[in-house]
Design a protein around this ligand. Structure first.
Ligand code: GTP
Ligand code: MG
Length: 289
C-alpha cells in the first residue's frame, strides 16, 4: 500500500515496513529476548497489534519510553497494570537515561529460565542477543545509543529514520538488533491513528494538519483544559474544535490579509507546542479505557 490519505482516514504502511516486518520475523530465531518499545504517552495505541503474532513465545519486556513527556502519575498506573498481568515493564527516558540501568535487571528476570537451562548444560552465561521492536520515532535508535558508550545508530525526530536492520554491540554481554519502525496495514480505530499522529509516529506529509489539530484540541479539552486556556488565552472551551482553533489564531495574532484567522499557522503552532512539551507532559491514555 502506498502512502495515502483517503477520506481523511489515516493509514500509513509503506512497502519498507512490510519488508522490515518480514526481516524481523526472520531474525527472531537469532535472539533470546524481544524489547518492545512503547511510547509512555500512548502505551495502548503504540502497541503494534501484530507483535503478539510476530513474537509468539519469545521472552519479552515492554519499555515505556519518553516517560519524561508523559504524566508521571498515569505512567505509574500503566506499570502497575502490566505487573498485575504478569508482564515485565519499565518506564524509561532514553535521553536522560532514567531507569536504563534497570533494563538489565528486568531482562535477567525474564531470561532466568533460559540462563538456568544454559547453565544446566554447562554453558556459561554468554552474550545475550535482543531485538528491539516498536513504532516509528518511538526512540529505538536513541535507546540503543544511550545503552552503548558510543553513538552508533542514526536517530532523528521524524518517523522512518532507521531503514535497515543492524546489529549493535552494546557491551561484551549484550548485542541488540535495531529495526525500522513498524506500523500495521490498517488502523481499525482512527482514534489510535490520531494518537500516533499527534505523538509523531506518522509522517506529517500524509496528514491533514488542521484536522489533526482539531483532534489534539479535543484531547486537551478533555484531559488538560486549563493548559490550553492558559497558553492561548482561551476563555471558553464549550465550542466546536474548529472554532477553538480560530480563537487560537486570533489570540496568537495569526491572521491572514484582511484579518481572517490563519488556522493553518495556528494548527502548526499548536501541534508543535503539543509535541515539544510546551503544553506540559501529556498522557493520552489511561489503563482500562
Ligand atoms: N523526550 C524524549 N525524546 C526522546 C526519547 N527517546 C527518543 N527521543 C527522541 O525521539 C526522536 C526519535 O528517536 P529515534 O531514536 O530516531 O527513534 P526510532 O524509534 O529509532 O525511529 P525510526 O528509526 O524512525 O523508527 C528523536 O528526536 C529522539 O531525540 C525520550 O526518552 N524522551
Ligand atoms: Mg531508528
Amino acid at each position: 500500500m502506498n502512502d495515502n490519505v483517503n477520506n481523511k482516514n489515516i493509514n500509513w504502511y509503506p512497502g519498507h515496513m512490510e519488508k522490515a516486518k518480514k526481516e524481523v520475523i526472520n531474525s527472531l530465531k537469532l535472539v533470546d529476548l524481544v524489547i518492545e518499545l512503547l511510547d509512555a504517552r500512548i502505551p495502548y495505541a503504540s502497541a503494534n497489534p501484530l507483535v503478539d503474532d510476530i513474537v509468539k513465545n519469545k521472552p519479552r519486556i515492554k519499555l515505556l519510553n519518553k516517560a519524561d513527556m508523559a504524566d508521571k502519575e498515569i505512567t505509574k498506573l500503566w506499570i502497575e497494570e502490566y505487573k498485575k498481568k504478569g508482564i515485565y515493564a519499565l518506564d524509561i527516558d532514553s535521553i536522560s537515561k532514567y531507569n536504563l540501568k534497570k533494563i538489565d535487571e528486568v531482562s535477567k528476570l525474564v531470561l532466568a529460565e533460559l540462563i538456568k537451562k544454559k547453565e544446566a548444560k554447562g554453558i556459561k552465561a554468554q552474550s545475550i542477543r535482543a531485538l528491539i521492536i516498536g513504532i516509528p520515532n518511538v526512540g529505538k535508535s536513541t535507546l540503543i545509543n544511550s545503552l552503548s558508550s558510543k553513538k552508533k545508530a542514526k536517530v532523528g525526530n521524524k518517523p522512518g529514520v532507521t531503514k535497515v536492520l543492524s546489529w549493535l554491540n552494546i557491551t561484551d554481554f549484550l548485542q541488540i538488533l535495531d529495526t525500522p519502525g513498524i506500523l500495521w496495514p490498517k488502523f481499525e480505530d482512527q482514534t489510535v491513528a490520531y494518537k500516533l499522529a499527534l505523538t509523531g509516529a506518522i509522517k506529517d506529509d500524509i496528514l491533514d494538519i488542521e484536522d489533526l489539530a482539531y483532534k489534539g484540541i479535543s484531547f486537551m479539552k478533555e484531559l488538560y483544559p486549563n493548559r490550553i486556556c492558559e497558553k492561548y488565552k482561551l476563555e471558553d472551551l464549550e465550542k466546536e474544535d474548529y472554532i477553538i482553533l480560530e480563537d487560537i489564531a486570533k489570540n496568537m495574532n495569526l491572521l491572514l490579509k484582511g484579518g481572517k484567522p490563519d488556522t493553518l499557522r495556528a494548527a502548526k503552532l499548536f501541534l508543535n507546542d503539543l509535541r515539544n512539551q510546551k503544553l506540559g507532559a501529556i498522557s493520552y491514555e489511561r489503563p482500562g479505557n
